[in-house]
Design a protein around this ligand. Structure first.
Ligand code: NAX
Length: 328
């Protein structure tokens, strides 16, 4: 039998945590043959609710679940972690400036990065879901100098999945026939969902759609503003779909992409496509042997260039702001 994989989930008592933990415990994160140990990290006010979720996890009698630990101490929560899903974050509240938001989250992600540095397993893989995800990932990564930078990633898979679904609706093709979509840049309203390299049933997606107006005025804003539309409709932010995307992200990272496809993830830039080195920006990525690789050599047209640049500029501004706050 395989040795269990330790998975730490922060914000475990939140709504994404509730949608995520049962799927991890059932084997959907790592595989149906991989036993897991869960570590739930919460703030003191969240501990009781996390205990309730742990009771429900027990009540599922998942054959793969080999233990649940709950803590409000990052040094305990990340001890021996092989996979860390950083979901808990400080939401933007009314009247909060962007600088306040970055600072409040720096207070969470900097100590968590340090705890990962000091206590996680050597093969640790980190996915940051909590917003602002890209810059929170950068803060955690900067606080973990002993961990290879590429192990810190930010989630844009929900944006990717949203784009797949919108393109499927538009073209009438099933999502399984759509390949090579890309989300570029920041997980924010400036993100750029790119169909110019995508394929619909083997044909170039931009040619199949053949409607630049639709791309600019409908597709891109629908994908970029989908989170707000969910809040408007549901009265709460995306939770099950966000948890699903986190499962997809880690599953792909560990198990790889199909040979004829790629996905999107926020990864540390190596300078590809003019994205400044060190920024955690969304790129087209393949995964192989437990590593993400940025897809190289794609031609970037004018339509895409201006949109990628605008989102990357926002990431540079966020990096500058957290630098000035001493968070990186
Ligand atoms: P909730 O408010 O339901 O849950 C957050 C949980 O985090 C709470 O239980 C809270 O006690 C806990 N928490 C706060 N600070 C913590 C800390 N320092 N250590 C451990 N736990 C801590 O939010 P939820 O709806 O679950 O969303 C979580 C985060 O995901 C938010 O930042 C949200 O903006 C972000 N999202 C990111 C998405 C993405 O695509 N990257 C999409 C969905 C979601 O909006």
């Amino acid at each position: 039998t395989r040795t269990p994989v330790t998975v730490t989930v922060t914000g475990a008592a939140g709504q994404i945590g509730y949608a995520l933990l049962f799927r991890i415990a059932s084997g959907q994160l790592l595989g149906a043959d991989v036993p897991v140990k869960l570590r739930l990290l919460e703030i003191p006010q969240g501990l009781k609710a996390a205990e309730g979720t742990a009771m429900e996890l027990d009540d599922c009698a998942f054959p793969l679940l080999q233990g649940i630990d709950i803590s409000d101490d990052p040094n305990v929560g990340f001890d021996g972690a092989n996979v860390a899903l950083l979901v808990g974050a400080r939401p933007r509240t009314k009247g909060m400036e962007r600088g306040d938001l970055l600072e409040a989250n720096g207070g969470i992600f900097k100590p968590q990065g340090k705890a990962i540095n000091d206590h996680a397993a050597d093969d640790i893989k980190v996915l940051v879901v909590g917003n602002p995800a890209n810059t929170n990932a950068l803060i955690a990564q900067a606080a973990a100098p002993d961990v290879p930078a590429e192990r810190f990633t930010a989630m844009t898979r929900l944006d990717h999945n949203r784009a797949l679904s919108q393109l499927a609706k538009k073209t009438g093709a099933p999502v399984s026939e759509i390949k090579k979509l890309t989300i570029w840049g920041n997980h924010s309203a400036t993100q750029y969902p790119d169909v110019f390299h995508a394929e619909v049933a083997g044909k170039n997606a931009a040619e199949v759609v053949n409607d630049e107006q639709w791309l600019a005025d409908t597709f891109i804003p629908t994908v970029a503003k989908r989170g707000a539309a969910i809040i408007e409709a549901r009265g709460a932010s995306s939770a099950a779909s966000a948890a699903n995307a986190a499962i997809d992200h880690v599953h792909t990272w560990v198990n790889g992409t199909d040979a004829d496809d790629w996905t999107s993830a926020g990864v540390v830039s190596d300078g590809s496509y003019g994205v400044p080195e060190g920024l955690i920006s969304s790129f087209p990525v393949t995964a192989k042997n437990g590593k993400f690789e940025i897809v190289q050599g794609l031609g970037i047209n004018e339509f895409s260039r201006t949109r990628i640049d605008a989102s990357v500029k926002e990431l540079e501004d966020e990096r500058e702001a957290v630098r000035n706050l001493g968070l990186i």
